[in-house]
Design a protein around this ligand. Sequence first.
Ligand SMILES: O=C(CO)COP(=O)(O)O
Length: 144
Amino acid sequence: MNIALIAHDKKKNDMVAFVVAYKKIFEKHALYATGTTGARIQEATGLEVHRFHSGPLGGDQEIGSYIANNDMDMVFFFRDPLTAQPHEPDVTALIRLCDVHSVPLATNMGTGEVLIRGLEQGDIDWRKIVHGKTEPVAKKLEDN
Ligand SMILES: O=C(CO)COP(=O)(O)O
């Protein structure tokens, strides 16, 4: 599965702890992240993560384009609901696209726990039917 990992600054520690805790599951999948979140995850876990631009510089929109093409199977976006973001429209757009394409989305660690366990036990396997392929989008990125 192709999994996007994104966290606002005050949620980055939560995201790192979450990926460390579930590293055994995440390492079986292709991981994508906004710039700073991805760097923190790589540093803490050693996992391979394809990093897009930082969120405020367009990373949310880049991930959004993969969601629009049905190339993301699951999104963990730990949002900070108490801090205004300069790129709030991008944040809203990404979430909207998840709803447009019925992509499972966790906007906090509580839902994240449910999604990651569901992923492990095969609850998200219907995504393979939706897009009819499991090839990591990183290959596409390399090809372009
Ligand atoms: O701002 C973000 C999501 O909206 C996250 O971007 P970074 O991972 O680059 O901090």
